[in-house]
Design a binder for this molecule. Structure first.
Ligand code: SAM
Length: 196
């Protein structure tokens, strides 16, 4: 299925199973899910097929949509056609029952993460949940040497990138009336933070 021309993430292949287990807990009711920063589209293609009761709407910046379309075309139960969404631009009106994003909060500048949380929370139904996968720090401390090294690599690629403090993320969600319901430990020193 893969070829040099088709964007592929080994990390997405590795973490999709553990992410599914978390989503199965928090996405039991049928509903709409907006995925922000879908990347290659591997999560959208596989997770949407495992969770057919969800209307899965992948999104990312426009340049990533061809890859997402490719991966969706390989899926037995494809998600909706991907939406061009740069979080700084106009968002779809929603409301959505679920929001999901993986490995984006350390890629976006911190001000963009705050913006993404604000815009997302505005479009989340009152009982909806916003699930965020990725590495986080606790009280300003790295949870592993590998995350510390990863931070060095992130800063070398773009000084605005960086692993966010869980407490800061919580504070931003609290501004929009959402609390951290669960903090799931995941393989490879990642977490899923679930806000609702
Ligand atoms: C490390 S990749 C993660 C991709 C995928 N979610 C995964 O876990 O494999 C970060 C993603 O964030 C997206 N992203 C970065 N800035 C963005 C923005 N301003 N608006 C929307 N997506 C953005 C990138 O396009 C990219 O797909």
């Amino acid at each position: 299925m893969t070829s040099p021309e088709v964007p592929f993430s080994q990390a997405a292949e590795n973490n999709k199973g553990p992410i599914l287990q978390v989503l199965q807990q928090h996405c039991q009711a049928p509903g709409t899910l907006l995925e922000i920063g879908a990347g290659t589209g591997q999560h959208a293609a596989w997770l949407s097929a495992q969770l057919p009761h969800l209307q899965w709407q992948p999104s990312d910046v426009a340049e990533n949509l061809p890859a997402i379309r490719h991966w969706l075309s390989q899926s037995p139960n494809p998600a909706k056609a991907p939406l061009a969404l740069d979080v700084t631009d106009q968002w779809p009106s929603g409301p959505f029952d679920y929001l999901f994003t993986a490995n984006t909060f350390h890629i976006m500048a911190q001000s963009l993460v705050a913006h993404c949380i604000a815009e997302g929370c505005q479009r989340l139904s009152p009982k909806g949940v916003f699930m965020v996968y990725g590495p986080f720090n606790y009280d300003g401390q790295f949870t592993s040497d590998s995350n510390r090294q990863f931070e060095g690599w992130l800063k070398a690629t773009d000084a605005q990138r960086g692993i966010r403090d869980k407490e800061w993320v919580e504070q931003e969600f609290a501004r929009h009336g959402r609390q951290c319901l669960t903090d799931h430990a995941m393989p490879a020193n990642n977490r899923v933070l679930v806000f609702g």
